[in-house]
Design a protein around this ligand. Structure first.
Ligand code: HEC
Length: 166
C-alpha cells in the first residue's frame, strides 16, 4: 500500500467512525427522550391492575361485601340523572324551550308547565319521545328532532325541565 492509499483509508475510516459516533449519540438522545426509563412505576402498575381486573367476583354466602350506604347511592344516582337531563336538554331542547319563542312552554315558566305536568310524567315522556302537537299549534318534534338521543336521555331531559319549572 502506498502512503497515498493509507491516507485515503484513514480519511475514509475517520469519516465512518465520526458517522457512527453521531448515530450512537442520536440514538442515546432518542432513547432518553422516548424510552421513559423504568416503566414499572406505581401508577402504571395500578392502571394495569385496574385494566386487567376480573369483571366479576365470586361471592361466598355469609361473606357479604359492605354495601354502600343507601342514601349516598340514591343521591349519586339523582345527581347523575340530573346531569344527563341537563346535558340532553342543552343539546337540543334549549333551542325551543329556552328560546323565548311565544307559544312554546319555556324552562322555568311554572304557569305554562303546571297544566302539562298535571298530565303525569308518562304522557310528558310519550310526547317528548314520539313528538306531538297540542294546544300551541306548534309541533314538539320527536326527541326534539335529535334521534341520537336515547329514550332515557329524553326522559331525563323532561325530568330536568319539570323540576326546573315548578
Ligand atoms: C323545535 C322546537 C322544540 C324542540 C327542539 C323541543 N321542543 Fe318540546 N315542545 C315544543 C313545542 C312547540 C311544545 C308545545 C306543543 C303543544 O303543546 O302544542 C313542546 C312541548 C314539550 C313538552 C310538553 C308536552 C305536553 O304533553 O304538554 C315536553 C315535556 C317537551 N316539549 C320536552 C322536550 C324535550 C325533552 C326536548 C329535547 C329533547 C324538547 N322538548 C325539544 C317544541 C320543541
Amino acid at each position: 500500500m502506498s502512503l497515498e492509499q493509507d491516507k485515503a483509508f484513514f480519511k475514509n475510516f475517520a469519516f465512518v467512525l465520526i458517522g457512527l459516533s453521531v448515530l450512537m449519540v442520536t440514538f442515546m438522545v432518542l432513547g432518553a427522550m422516548f424510552g421513559g426509563g423504568d416503566d414499572i412505576s406505581a401508577s402504571n402498575t395500578a392502571a394495569v391492575m385496574e385494566n386487567t381486573a376480573p369483571v366479576a367476583k365470586v361471592q361466598i354466602e355469609g361473606d357479604e361485601p359492605e354495601a354502600p350506604a343507601m342514601e349516598e347511592s340514591t343521591e349519586m344516582a339523582a345527581a347523575e340523572e340530573e346531569h344527563v337531563g341537563k346535558t340532553a336538554y342543552g343539546s337540543i331542547c334549549v333551542a325551543c324551550h329556552g328560546s323565548g319563542i311565544p307559544g312554546i312552554p319555556q324552562l322555568g315558566d311554572a304557569a305554562a308547565w303546571a297544566p302539562r305536568i298535571a298530565q303525569g310524567n308518562d304522557i310528558l315522556y310519550e310526547h317528548a319521545i314520539n313528538g306531538y302537537t297540542g294546544s300551541s299549534g306548534m309541533p314538539m318534534p320527536a326527541k326534539g328532532g335529535n334521534p341520537s338521543l336515547s329514550d332515557d336521555d329524553v326522559k331525563a331531559a323532561v325530568d330536568y325541565i319539570v323540576s326546573s319549572s315548578q
